[in-house]
Design a protein around this ligand. Structure first.
Ligand code: ADP
Length: 475
């Protein structure tokens, strides 16, 4: 059962023009995203319940929520992923709805069904949509049927090595073997020749089995230097679906994003229109509602292909918020309560430029984790800087969860100003006690390729050696 609940003192009445969409919600997450949701609730006059593991007792999301419930020991499987504990915490506090954030239970269709069965509103799309989009092979088949452009690849799952060899022969090398249940860049193998395919096919399956408990894989043509472009979608229960423009997420390491921006320097107005309209068509094809993201790969010829759909709020959502002025989390809460989106497609205007750097507690050039205690901390401020973080001085970064400790987001009238502001923000960021990726970000922002916008998802891998040298910024 849920452990002790602590109720905080009376809250000041919220000064919002609109009736709060909910009276009280539970936030089933931790870290910066839990805090982000709590802040949106404060603005809307919604009371919040934080859940936390024993390792997060002193976390800021716990401090700033109205109520708090400890749901178990540090390992996620026994706390943030423990469905009975999360549901019990919601029931005992009388929360009407649960916001899942990203990661943890956010894309777990079973959790959505349990919420529904218990009369708790899940702030996201329904279980069926999450299930269909969570299985990547099925998502691709659905999108193919809807006429959304697809990368050449296998027809559904690839069951045997013979199947894999025949598929690769048909689409041409290089190919990528991907876990159908995949996420976070895991369960993927790139293969250049028929000789290496049997082994790589086998390791992709066993890694998928280990990471996701499901060894089904599919195959795609592997694009050599694509850009990762994704489109933010919002939908309501009245069938309104809009896009909030694109995000450029090509600066990656091992298929994990490090820098995101909006707009993308790679899109002409015409291409932007086509990719965003395609994303809306894809979302409509599955009757999508709440916040979601359609991810595409863009090749050098300007052709783009559906990659996957994420059925939750994305880590990098702030860049879209800064260029559109739309609060994505507040809209999630509104539409979950059965309200209409508060704007139409015509009212969405991308203005200026925003860049986000993910600051991880890691050695910046070796990428090894650096958990520990933060002994000194200064977050940057000043014009155009937003920091989404739940860190504070003396905070201990537990080794149990992901290593992201802050997102620095810079807004400028144009890309040049956004870059200048981000450099200044990184120069005034102080984190002592643990190593962070900030020095790597600082060097990337000085690199000629980053400044010119000429990069692909492969860029960082190639530039890493020069970035390790002080002043190695591509000349
Ligand atoms: P995950 O869900 O694990 O994040 P994705 O399917 O979103 O996996 O892919 C993550 C990244 O992997 C992409 O942003 C891209 O860099 C790379 N990638 C995936 N599929 C391909 C492909 N067919 N060709 C080239 N790169 C790819």
């Amino acid at each position: 059962m849920a452990a002790a609940i602590k109720r905080k003192g009376a809250r000041a009445a919220a000064h919002t023009a609109e009736e709060p969409p909910f009276k009280k919600i539970l936030v089933a997450n931790r870290g910066e995203i839990a805090l982000r949701v709590i802040l949106a609730c404060k603005e809307l006059g919604i009371q919040t319940v934080a859940v936390y593991s024993e390792a997060d007792r002193n976390a800021l999301h716990v401090r700033f929520a109205d109520e708090e419930v400890c749901i178990g020991p540090a390992p996620s499987s026994r706390s943030y992923l423990n469905i009975p504990q999360v549901i019990a915490a919601a029931e005992v506090t009388g929360a009407e709805a649960i916001h899942p954030g990203y990661g943890f239970l956010s894309e777990n269709p079973h959790f959505v069904e349990v919420c529904t069965a218990c009369g708790i509103n899940f702030i996201g799309p329904n279980a069926e949509i999450i299930r269909r989009m969570g299985n990547k092979a099925e998502a691709k088949a659905t999108m193919q049927a809807a006429g959304i452009p697809q990368m050449p690849g296998s027809d559904g799952l690839v069951h045997t090595v013979e199947d894999a060899l025949a598929t690769a022969e048909r689409i041409g090398y290089p190919v990528i073997v991907k876990a159908s249940a995949g996420g976070g860049g895991r369960g993927m193998r790139i293969c250049n020749t028929p000789e290496e395919l049997p082994d790589l096919y086998g390791t992709a399956r066993s890694e998928a089995k280990g990471a996701f408990g499901d060894d089904s894989v599919y195959m795609e043509k592997y694009l050599l230097e694509p850009r990762h472009i994704e489109v933010q979608i919002l939908g309501d229960l009245f069938g309104n679906v809009v896009h909030l423009g694109e995000r450029e997420c090509s600066i990656q390491r091992r298929h994990q994003k490090l820098i995101e921006e909006s707009p993308s320097a790679a899109l002409s107005p015409d291409l932007r229109k086509r990719i965003c309209e395609t994303a809306v068509k894809a979302a409509r094809a599955v009757g999508y509602y709440n916040a979601g993201t359609i991810e595409f790969l863009l090749d050098k010829r300007g052709d783009f292909y559906f990659m996957e759909m994420n059925t939750r709020v994305q880590v990098e959502h702030p860049v879209t918020e800064l260029v559109t002025g739309i609060d994505i989390v507040k809209e999630q809460l509104r539409v979950a309560a059965g309200r209409r989106l508060s704007f139409t497609q015509d009212q969405v205007i991308q203005r200026g430029h925003a860049i986000e750097c993910r600051i991880n507690a890691e050695d910046p050039f070796k990428f090894t984790p650096s958990p520990g205690r933060i002994t000194a901390l200064n977050f940057p401020g000043g014009p155009g800087i937003r920091v989404d973080s739940a860190m504070h001085q003396d905070a201990t970064i537990p080794p149990h969860y992901d290593s992201m400790i802050a997102k620095l987001i810079a807004f400028g009238a144009d890309r040049t100003e956004a870059i200048a502001r981000m450099r200044r923000a990184l120069d005034t960021l102080v984190v002592e006690g643990v190593k962070t990726t900030a020095p790597l970000h600082r060097r990337m922002l000085d690199h000629a390729d980053f400044i010119s916008g000429a990069f692909s998802t492969k860029w960082l891998e190639g530039a890493m050696e020069s970035l390790k040298q002080p002043g190695g910024t591509g000349g």
